[in-house]
Unconditional design. Sequence first.
Length: 310
Amino acid sequence: MDSNDGIHTIDTGFKRPGFDAAYLIVEAGRGAFIDTGTYHSVPRLLAALAQAGIEREAVDWVILTHVHLDHAGGAGELMRQLPRARLAVHPRGARHMIDPSQLWTGATAVYGEATMRADYGQAVPVPAERVVEAGEGAVLELAGRALLCLDTPGHARHHICIWDARSRSFFTGDTFGLSYRALDTRNGPFALPTTTPVQFDPEALHASIDRLLDYRPLGMHLTHYGRVTDVERMAGDLHRCIDAMVEVAQAHASAADSQAAIAAGLAALYERELAAHGVPDPRAALAAVLREDIELNAQGLVVWLSRRAG
């Protein structure tokens, strides 16, 4: 856990080290979590809270960028441990926190029951009276520190990014893509869009990225993974890669096994991108760091193609 401007980065332990982050903001003895990881992550979040010297009763907010389970799966259990906190979530996601059964069933269809139990644990409901719908323009106050919520679709229709004027930074969930520290080079962080099923919308994602840049942020706090500061360059890389991924999907839309063909096309694209970024062994990095992202992105692009065709 590190701290900058009262912002603590917490490795949730999901999948592997340096893969999935939650954040704790501390202001004047009060706390707010942004994203939670999974049910299994909650002890790590509570340990980070204790390390920061904040009592559980002093946490005012649990804020979710969106309700995908690697970001929100631990929300219900964390809320059980934080007696005074309220849960802030996009209006489209609120019902899934109050009754997570549909969310769990949908994720199980993608990952399978055994993986769900091992990786995600369980989904605990949040009492409706503790849920706050944080849509476009909502301001969440943390001891006088304003956290502004922006509606940022593209990765998911139930996605918000949170602007913290104090640090001049955004908490971006998946809107500003993925950037794993293992892929950093002398050229800076490597940036990759995420098209995880099922609501990828390239035009909306382009617009959301541009909207974040309008605030001239000094940094972005990504769930996958950590704080990055090379914002303008990374945004350009994301825009270019979104378009390239769409081209891959369209090129293989009629293949007998379109998902496998798209996955192969993405692997080739990412290998080229890694090489251009200066990663020493792009193929090894692809296998070690991006293998699962390739499959999830391919699945999401197949859904996007199907939605367009329909």
